[in-house]
Design a protein around this ligand. Structure first.
Ligand code: AMP
Ligand code: GLY
Length: 424
């Protein structure tokens, strides 16, 4: 088979790495890919958000199956266009991708179908938003409705901060994504991510993970796309997994079908484990990045048949095997990230890092230039390790990181701290 993966991040390197082990694939192509992906797939210069160009490429090159990595092409209807052209593709339609594309859509769906999530209201003007704030508990959470690359959420610790967030969003801080906002109750608890595949009827749980979103050690500083993750998440006990499936995931899949927006693809629930059980923070319509890296590191089955069954409605016939091991990814980012940073700095030492047992360095933002490897993004590498415990796995990941010679980059030194504390 000829399989095309859309995307260029660490998530797509992880997906290509997993797919490259599938005996069913004889040609793996990635658009546009990166400096690491080109070691396992043929990278082509094609923008996933140029829907008609992707469809044309697939037709001209007899692509058998397309796997869409990021949310942006899903939200604008890439999978709809591929399906119309008769090309099987993994990922939700634009209607179903609203689950991530519009926080207001997601919250209204939860309200209508009684799916546990934070209490909220929607606003399109600053005066009514501020009036509402006067009677709310602090801290309070202000969110831009649309996609904002994970940055459209402000947790206000005072009324003044909340009012400023409202003004900033309506003032265009997140562009048109902030034309509508959602104000919601702050939930206390520990966060976890839960991933399932669904073909719109059956649900196949994948695995749990915990992500570190803040840039600094001790979970301090601004939010990022994710500085590291590990799987499984100890807070997701069997009981919590069952509650999440029965109260959140399955009702959502049924609700979307009832709303004529049947969901197919991977559904990523960001959860708060509260004293009342799991509550939904948000849905994403794609694999997490960097959570995908740790899921793929633990998956021992062929990924491709599961993705194909998700797309063609036969997921009830599929099961997947996972290593009992822990997996951890530590992200290396360019100095300055998530603010501005320099590009095209040279990275050395990856061969030595990759030679460590149970370690693979997945690339998020790199390109090859001759025999040099250059950093091209904010998040640049994801050093991924497998081990028996979180403590041991962290030691393996950080030992490999010490081989990497990249003065222009940094990583958090404490990925997994919660779980490591639990192990002690
Ligand atoms: P989101 O982009 O919706 O996942 O939000 C980003 C981060 O903000 C989440 O990972 C949480 O840490 C935090 N957050 C969002 N909504 C809430 C909430 N209602 N209560 C507490 N924390 C939240
Ligand atoms: N790591 C968080 C996300 O992919 O949204």
């Amino acid at each position: 088979m000829k399989v095309l993966v859309i995307g260029s991040g660490g998530r797509e390197h992880a997906l290509c790495w997993a797919l490259s082990k599938s005996p069913m694939i004889n040609e793996l192509i990635c658009a546009p890919g990166n400096g690491g992906i080109e070691e396992v797939a043929t990278c082509i210069s094609l923008n996933g958000e140029d829907v008609s160009a992707v469809v044309q490429y697939c037709q001209e090159n007899s692509i058998d199956f397309v796997v869409v990595g990021p949310e942006a092409p899903l939200v604008i209807g890439l999978v709809d266009a591929l399906k119309t052209a008769g090309i099987p593709a993994f990922g939700p339609t634009a209607a179903a991708a609203q689950l991530e594309g519009s926080k207001a859509f997601m919250k209204d769906l939860c309200r209508k179908y009684q799916i546990p999530t934070a209490a909220y209201e929607r606003f399109t003007d600053s005066a009514s938003a501020k009036a509402y704030l006067q009677n709310q508990k602090i801290p309070i959470v202000i969110k831009a409705d649309g996609l904002a690359a994970g940055k459209g959420v402000i947790i206000a610790e005072s009324l003044a901060e909340a009012e400023k967030a409202v003004d900033d969003m309506f003032g265009g801080l997140f562009g048109s994504s902030g034309a509508e906002i959602v104000i919601e109750e702050f939930m206390e608890g520990e966060e976890a991510s839960f991933f399932v595949l669904t073909d719109g009827k059956s649900v196949l749980p994948l695995a749990t993970a915990q992500d570190h979103k803040r840039v600094g050690d001790g979970d301090t500083g601004p939010n990022t796309g994710g500085m590291g993750a590990y799987s499984p998440a100890p807070v997701m006990t069997e009981e919590m997994i069952n509650q999440t499936l029965e109260r959140i995931i399955k009702p959502t899949v049924a609700a979307l079908e009832a709303e004529n927006a049947t969901y197919t693809g991977v559904l990523y629930a960001g959860l708060m484990i509260t004293s009342e059980g799991p509550k939904l923070i948000e849905y994403n319509v794609r694999f997490g990045d960097p959570e995908c890296q740790v899921l793929m590191a633990r998956l021992t089955s062929d990924l491709l048949p599961a993705l194909m069954a998700t797309a063609d409605g036969t997921l009830d016939k599929v099961s997947l095997d996972w290593a009992e091991d822990v997996a951890m990814v530590v992200v290396m980012a360019a100095n300055g990230y998530p603010g501005s940073y320099e590009k095209n700095t040279e990275i050395k030492g990856l061969t030595k890092a990759n030679a460590h047992d149970d370690v693979i360095v997945l690339h998020a933002g790199t390109k090859k230039e001759g025999d040099k490897l250059l950093a091209t993004g904010g998040r640049v590498l994801g050093v991924t390790a497998r081990g028996k415990t979180v403590t041991e796995t962290a030691e393996k990941a950080y030992a490999a990181i010490r081989e990497i010679d990249w003065p222009d980059g940094f990583c958090r030194k404490d990925i997994g701290w919660r779980a490591i504390k639990r192990e002690k």
